[in-house]
Design a protein. Structure first.
Length: 500
């Protein structure tokens, strides 16, 4: 009973050990209950409430911050409610995001990380984690196909920041003076990325002062893959306009279609024009773990930098993203500021392990440990099997969509990755001739079904328009808990919820 106990009674309070153990054990019970429930198909994926409802407070759950301390009993209730009104991203029927699942070993890793509560800037305060990060980066570099002599990298807060690093180091590689003299010392640079690539390339160009308008978007084929000839002609056109091309982003696993750009062709073009080649494999990098699917990233070894997010296909708890840079030492040269209060050079150990100055951050969360622990638990083969299973689920959905009335694939080919994009046309629209009226009405179907899905909480899937295409569903598989029965359920639920 914690109804008269407060946080001040816990450690470091004297004699606080027993209460601390009791409180944390209660919390663990809440978390275990949540983990078990997340895996039960009878439980909801979400218990949706509108922002104003949550703000007003629900059944004693208040977001307001008190002046006086509340009891530990209340804090435990708050913890339970926080999970109750959240979204169960580990549920086998959560198909909404590229990152999903609830890996028990990964969760254990994250718990340990929070308990250690340290910072990744120096070996001094994170000796074990720094070495684990080095081991992981080396392993990932060798899986990408780089030699032992090549390769550097760092864990980052998400794929957008990893992609930002790639542009940052590319610019520094060609124009090191930018670090001290700024953009005024540089010509007007141009970057290239496909029209299906992630918006982080444009965002990074804006953040880095390159300008989002200087990001040239290259045309893709109907499957969402960059067309190499379009890339080459875009480079030539930019040069003719007086811009200086320096960087190409190729995507391995686009966000909506899951497409893989032709990496070898892009590498040939980058070689011919001496451009930095980056591969955004935030989503597709996981396929490198699979003997069956890694050939889809053929040519990635020729990249000068790679983004790879283990928190997507590899199911590592958020967040876990890596930027790999082929040229050793470049990250440090580009970003180091040598703050003497932190990175003293006369420390009693090899200070090359004070890797924090490679980062654009100062404080850096430990994202490496949970991946290291999961790798120990599964082995490389276990990750490969996990990836294979997700791709097999995508193929199962692809087959089912072709068998069921009212479903239509956005592109006809078998999925290369775990994205399956489709429309559902309810019976009432099926007789309509192709044209604006049908498009307008079909555009409303996915958001209407999604709205009902959120209210009911039985399943969750994303939708979006793309170019001239009206809203369609995007189902993604990265949760190893998902089975064929969940995919059947999703399709039945879409049909059911489409009824007025
Ligand atoms: N950073 C891309 C994640 C988007 C998604 O989960 O759909």
């Amino acid at each position: 009973d914690f109804s008269n106990i407060y946080s001040k009674d816990l450690l470091p309070a004297s004699h606080g050990e027993e209460l601390t153990r009791g409180f944390l054990q209660e919390l663990v019970n809440i978390l275990l209950e949540y983990i078990c429930k997340s895996n039960q198909r009878s439980s909801k994926v979400l218990d949706f409430h509108h922002p104003h409802q949550l703000k007003e407070g629900l059944e004693g759950f208040s977001l307001n911050l008190p002046d006086q301390p509340e009891t530990l009993e209340q804090l435990l209730v708050d913890c339970r409610d926080t999970l109750k009104y959240g979204v169960s991203t580990g549920h086998p029927r959560f198909f909404n995001q590229l990152s999903s699942g609830l890996d028990v070993i990964g969760v254990a890793g994250e718990w340990l990380t929070s308990t250690a509560n340290t910072n990744m800037f120096t070996y001094e305060v994170s000796p074990v984690f720094i070495l684990m990060e080095e081991v992981l980066l080396r392993k990932m570099q060798s899986i990408v196909g780089w030699s032992d002599e090549e390769g550097d990298g760092i864990f980052c807060p998400g794929g957008t920041i990893s992609n930002l690093y790639s542009i940052l180091v590319a610019r520094y590689h060609f124009y090191p003076e930018v670090k001290t003299r700024g953009m005024g010392a540089l010509p007007q640079l141009a970057l290239f990325t496909s029209e299906h690539s992630h918006y982080s390339v444009k965002k990074s160009a804006a953040v880095l002062g390159l300008g989002s308008e200087n990001v040239v978007t290259v045309k893709c084929d109907e499957r969402g893959k960059m067309i190499p000839a379009e890339l080459e002609s875009a480079i030539v056109t930019a040069e003719e306009k007086g811009l200086v091309p320096f960087y190409v982003n190729a995507t391995a696993g686009t966000t909506v279609y899951g497409a893989f750009d032709p990496l070898d062709d892009v590498a040939d073009i980058c070689n011919r024009h001496t451009l930095w080649m980056h591969v955004d494999a935030a989503w597709g990098g996981g396929l490198l773990m699979s003997d069956r699917h890694r050939m889809k990233l053929q040519g990635i070894e020729r990249a000068w930098s790679v983004t790879w997010n283990p928190h997507k296909m590899m199911g590592v708890p958020l967040q876990c993203s890596v930027i790999l840079v082929k040229k050793k030492g470049l990250l440090k040269e580009c970003n180091e500021m040598g703050a003497e209060y932190l990175f003293q050079t006369d420390k009693p150990y090899d200070v090359s392990y004070d890797t924090g100055d490679k980062s654009i951050q100062c404080g850096r969360h430990v994202d490496a440990f949970k991946l290291w622990l999961m790798w120990k638990a599964k082995g490389s083969e276990g990750f490969g099997a996990q990836v294979d299973k997700c791709l097999e689920n995508a193929e199962y959905l692809y087959d089912q969509l072709q068998r069921r009335a009212g479903f239509e694939l956005v592109f006809k080919n078998k999925p290369e990755h775990c994205n399956v994009c489709f429309w559902y046309t309810p019976p009432s629209l099926r007789g309509l001739p192709p044209g604006e009226d049908r498009d307008t009405r079909l555009h409303q179907v996915a958001p209407q079904i999604k709205g009902k899905m959120m209210e009911k909480g039985s399943v969750l899937i994303g939708y979006q328009p793309f170019g001239a295409k009206v809203n369609f569903f995007r189902c993604v598989f990265s949760n190893p808990a998902t089975q064929h029965e969940d995919i059947d359920f999703l399709l039945e639920e879409i049909i059911w919820l489409s009824h007025d």
